[in-house]
Write a new protein. Structure first.
Length: 273
């Protein structure tokens, strides 16, 4: 393996050029950090993700939305002020002087397989699949590390008490980064438990939408075929105008009881030329 490559199980692979020279014009404040054990100087305002790129690393894995939503860039690091390992998302965590950084391609976790149709929405059913949740000691380490500020411990506790609706609501914004599991002394994989709970809740506890059933029947009967054909005849500019002027349920004076929009009426009104 070439010297400028990183082992296969890493998120990042270093490019041939190591861009560590300071700017010759307006010199920014730089700080030293260590990436995979190698020292670099990077601008102090960068996130870990941008610092990796600044240092010449080409990101192949462990990067996605860059905005804290996908959970792909879980990072482990240490700073001189503490002996403890710290974790965070690389796209959110700003570099610190003398920070030692390494990336987590994926936090090891076994995802169980199951048939959601055959599992009842009960605490016992969840525990049958993920029995480790009974080991929760309520230390709250998972909550403290969550980059989404979710009440992760409460998700597990609500699940144990059979309140799957509450657990599903609490975990709705989970990005499945795995940082909670990295700190759990009971070795609970919180995000896998949470996604099972949300699936059970939506499959078995949320009432079926009567409006959706009616709409599916109408589509099967080609009730809207004339409207579809009419839309196909319009060019992109006309479609954009129709979209921008369409009535919206909830807007002042608008009540779409049938959720139908009569495109020809919109065109006749002069909204679409």
């Amino acid at each position: 393996m070439a010297n400028n490559d990183i082992s296969d199980n890493s998120n990042v692979v270093q490019s041939n050029e190591v861009l560590v020279t300071e700017q010759t014009t307006s010199k920014p404040t730089t700080v030293p950090i260590f990436i995979m054990g190698k020292r670099y100087r990077v601008p102090s305002t960068l996130t870990i993700l941008k610092a990796l790129e600044f240092a010449g690393y080409r990101l192949l894995r462990g990067v996605g939305c860059r905005a804290g939503f996908c959970g792909a860039c879980a990072t482990v690091y240490k700073t001189p002020d503490s002996y403890k390992l710290k974790v965070g998302l690389a796209c959110q965590t700003v570099v610190e002087p003398e920070m030692w950084v390494t990336e987590l391609p994926f936090f090891p976790a076994v995802k169980k397989t199951y048939d959601i149709e055959k599992i009842p929405a009960t605490a016992e059913a969840v525990m049958a699949i993920y029995p480790e949740i009974a080991r929760c000691v309520a230390c709250n380490s998972c909550t403290r590390v969550c980059p989404q500020d979710l009440e992760v411990m409460d998700i597990i506790q609500e699940t144990l008490h059979g309140n799957l609706k509450k657990a599903a609501e609490l975990s709705f914004d989970c990005v499945m980064c795995g940082l909670c599991a990295s700190r759990c002394p009971a070795e609970i994989i919180h995000y896998n438990v949470a996604i099972l709970v949300r699936r059970l809740y939506n499959r078995h506890l949320v009432p079926n939408s009567t409006e959706l059933a009616v709409r599916i029947e109408e589509l099967a009967e080609n009730k809207y075929q004339n409207e579809v054909d009419r839309l196909k005849e319009l060019d992109e500019e006309q479609l954009r105008k129709i979209y921008s002027v369409r009535p919206r349920e909830g807007s002042p004076g608008i009540e779409l009881k049938t959720n139908r929009i009569y495109w020809d009426d919109e065109i006749m009104k002069g909204n679409v030329k």
